[in-house]
Design a protein around this ligand. Sequence first.
Ligand code: HEM
Length: 342
Amino acid sequence: MHTLTCTTKIISKSTCKQKMSQFSVVLLIGLMMCGACSAQLSPTFYATSCPNVSSIVLGVVQQARQSDARLGAKIIRAHFHDCFVDGCDGSVLLDNDTANGIVTERTALPNLSLDVSAVADIKTALESVCPGVVSCADILALASQILVALDGGPTWQVPLGRRDSRTANLAGANANIPLASNGFTEVQRKFTVQGLDSTDLVALSGAHTFGKAQCVTFRNRLYNFSGDGNPDPTLDPTLLQSLRQSCPQNTGDSNLSDLDPTTPNGFDNNYFTNLQNNRGLLQSDQELFSTTGADTVAIVNRFAGSQTQFFDTFGDSMIKMGNISPLTGTNGEIRTTCNRIN
Ligand code: HEM
């Protein structure tokens, strides 16, 4: 750390004071930027300890997605649900473990349909080459990026170096993870709490460009939206008719529909043109565009008009989300098996 004093004879006292205040401003800006940049994570974190980490993860997920086209959707969703509960620390992966006082987060309502089974295969492959090195939290962050790219989406440099939690937080999972029925203000609040703004909210919701949702998560929009027996007026009538076929009024809770009915498996910006055409599947999706006066409307329009802008922002927002309160240094541990603490 530099120290400055005004005792030198070479410059006048007033010039020196001016320089000191300039220095303070630069220092302050530096500190403020560092607060937002999560300095300890780095894309090269495993450069010496596990240099092939990316190609090992790529190999496993390439194989796995041949039999599961939804793999990318499942993994990125798990990463999101991990990060929103006490930071990106792999807590969502822990199973019940009475001996260690762990109550799994996966019985929380938004987590009931999570499928994290592929993580074990990725971990096994990594343990055989770099034992005890790569965290489960980093596996979620890195596999998300690799799978998004494989599905046609953007690439970004994933900051790495997260460590894994030794605890889970079921109450936090129920409280922090947004529900489709939360309503725009509540969804926005849940993002703000995590340090994510409206641009992040819209960009990250763009992950609903692939994957599926169960009937139970949007049925109210089809039959009785406001308690008056009518469907959601912001749902396109043609889409309404087809969704009613796959999601009947009184049965079929777990029937699946595509989150992006236009290009269901590819990662692109059609999610945003869908919203412009009242073809968002979840209430939380459509409200980004249909909420009068919301600052998200212009952002939806921008991403609908430019896939490049969506892709660039998506990468930035994924990095921001991935930086939520990581465990680093000697905090937490590197789990040997992702579903239980060491
Ligand atoms: C903005 C608030 C959000 C809400 C309310 C929300 C809600 C939901 C719901 C209800 C489902 C269907 C789950 C089911 O049927 O069981 C879903 C699926 C999904 N969500 Fe979100 N989500 C949000 C944001 C995000 C974010 C930020 C991401 C990732 C960056 C994401 C990625 C996904 C993906 C990929 C799927 C499909 C998963 C699959 O096919 O298995 N979501 N989301």
